[in-house]
Design a protein around this ligand. Sequence first.
Ligand code: G
Ligand code: G
Ligand code: NA
Ligand code: MN
Length: 253
Amino acid sequence: AMIGDLLPEAIRAGLIHLHYQPVVNLHTEQITMVEALARWTDPELGPVRPDEFVAVAEANGLIGDLTDLVLETAVAQAARWARAGSLLGVAVNISVHDLEREGLVGTIREVLVRHGLQADRLVLEITETAVMSDPARSHDVMVALRRLGVGLAIDDFGTGHSSLSYFRDLPATKLKVDRSFVHTLLDGEDDRRIVRAIVDLARGKDLVVVAEGIEDRETFDLLREMGVQYGQGFFMARPMPAADVDVLLTTGM
Ligand code: G
Ligand code: G
Ligand code: NA
Ligand code: MN
């Protein structure tokens, strides 16, 4: 069987589970939030890569159901952390197709209320490319989501095509610097100039900057010195089950 044949049942049966990757304050080195990342191991296919099954879900009209499952699981987990006295926020990736859904904002409100989670504990990550596929529509949806109180991160920032005038009015709370700029940061001045420019743009709009894909101490230190507040990457922590996040929270990074 193929991914497309097995995915509907995997979603229906809740066989997609989540790993959580810590986002770390580069100054305090504390975990401030986690990004939820979907994982699926099929009995027949074995582990299926998320970029593959997300693409299949988008192509087969299943992405709404997948996003709902991820939202439900991640919000339930964040509510558990909140009840345990943790301040941990959770980020969920949403697809370009989710932005086109009529009921998206209502669904998110309903899930938050049902789990008793404060809206500001949830961040939705939207890639810059998704935002720019229908800039006017994206803007309206983002404004409605901000009214709800959830955070909005522009994912893979720097790889899409937003103009500076669109950026000026962007109702986001966070920029995630794409890991293609972070990877080669130590190699030369070009990527450093780009990251500095992003930090500068963000400061002007009171946006939080998160660097993705930090894989070594040198890059971590350089980003902190450049004024980036938060980071994510294999150097600090890989995506992991919620129980392993609990261990990190009690023992420290
Ligand atoms: O999780 P990485 O570990 O391999 O994820 C690969 C890609 O799949 C990334 O681009 C990531 O954003 C995407 N992805 C992972 N989980 C989800 C999800 O729940 N929803 C969406 N839309 N994309 C996801
Ligand atoms: O931005 P996006 O949602 O695509 O990011 C999630 C993806 O990035 C996941 O596939 C995750 O496993 C991956 N990722 C997280 N940290 C690192 C890292 O330090 N290096 C690399 N190469 N990938 C990372
Ligand atoms: Na993301
Ligand atoms: Mn990204």
